[in-house]
Ligand binder design. Structure first.
Ligand code: SF4
Length: 299
């Protein structure tokens, strides 16, 4: 493989495009988020798709506060020692989901490693509150690894999210640099436990952060073996100077090749493209899973 020159990395290729924020649906999402004093990963992680997703009338709520106890090398969410545990947050998330009339909704969280139960109780309360307020809404949860504590993961699964998502993020060799407080094997174990419990399981990886092609295929095999059904692959974008640099720009053609590879492996649904993120068009990804055919973004 040819090594890209630093100047070719600094220039974003033409296929990395963001829609400018704006429009009535965008404003409505922003009002609902602000009025309910909620956080979204769209804002906190500076997601490049915010203009597009919010204009579709959706957002990904981020619970357990806005400060993460981990310091991943790719993630723009603020790191530190959180001070709040907002027990009213589940109610407000449920209210926002109902106001947005979401038929499929995605919720994620920061890691709360300082809490004995890692925030699993708030996770379970949020799932239950959303299901009670919006019984026809399918709910996708994107959680951390709960330090590999099975009983905490099961607290979340017992609240019965419709899709359980935990991102592997990168290949084994890059894991320490990308997620110093997580582990490749632990993430695969968490996903395997969720799949063994019968959850529809989803995971994703960023490409272009330093991995090589044989490592990608090995990771996709491991994810499939763990029981993951829904896969997302997207281009890593460096959120600021202090984060890991982009190693290469993966072309749309290569993303299409990985989609074909993963589909051949047996994943039920594969979203693979430069701008794909875990929650990007999640309603469309889940539609391909048996039992979810009727899912749409809104009621
Ligand atoms: S891709 Fe996900 S995180 Fe990004 S703007 Fe869309 S919903 Fe938010």
């Amino acid at each position: 493989m040819n090594e890209p020159s630093p100047s070719s990395i600094a220039r974003k290729p033409s296929w990395i495009r963001s829609r400018l924020p704006g429009g009535p649906a965008f404003a409505e999402v922003r009002n609902i988020v602000e009025n309910n004093r909620l956080h979204t990963v769209c804002q906190s992680a500076e997601c490049p798709n915010m203009g597009e997703c919010w204009a579709r009338g959706t957002a990904t709520f981020m619970i357990l506060g806005n400060v993460c106890t981990r310091a991943c090398g790719f993630c723009a969410v603020a790191t530190g020692r959180p001070t709040e545990l907002d027990l009213d947050e589940p109610r407000r998330v449920a209210q926002a989901v109902a106001l947005m009339k979401l038929r499929h909704c995605v919720i994620t969280s920061v890691n709360r490693d300082e809490l004995l139960e890692g925030g699993a109780g708030v996770w379970a309360a949020t799932i239950r509150a959303v299901k009670e307020a919006s019984p026809k809404t399918s709910l996708e949860t994107l959680t951390g690894d709960f330090k590999g504590k099975k009983e905490l993961l099961f607290q979340v699964l017992e609240a019965r999210p419709d899709v359980y998502n935990h991102n592997l993020e990168t290949v084994e060799r890059m894991s320490r640099a990308v997620r110093p407080q997580a582990s490749y094997e632990r993430s695969l174990q968490v996903l395997a436990w969720a799949a063994q419990e019968g959850a529809v399981t989803k995971s994703g990886m960023m490409l272009g952060i330093g991995e090589r092609k044989p490592e990608i295929s090995q990771s996709l095999r491991r994810l499939h073996d763990a029981g993951v059904q829904i896969l997302t692959l997207g281009q890593y974008l460096q959120p600021g100077r202090q984060y890991l640099p982009v190693d290469r720009w993966v072309t749309p053609e290569e993303f299409a090749e990985w989609k074909a590879f993963a589909t051949d492996l047996g994943f039920t649904s594969v979203s693979s493209g430069p701008m794909v993120r875990s929650s990007y068009h999640a309603d469309e990804s889940v539609k391909l899973v048996p039992g979810f055919e009727g899912v749409s973004l809104k009621h």
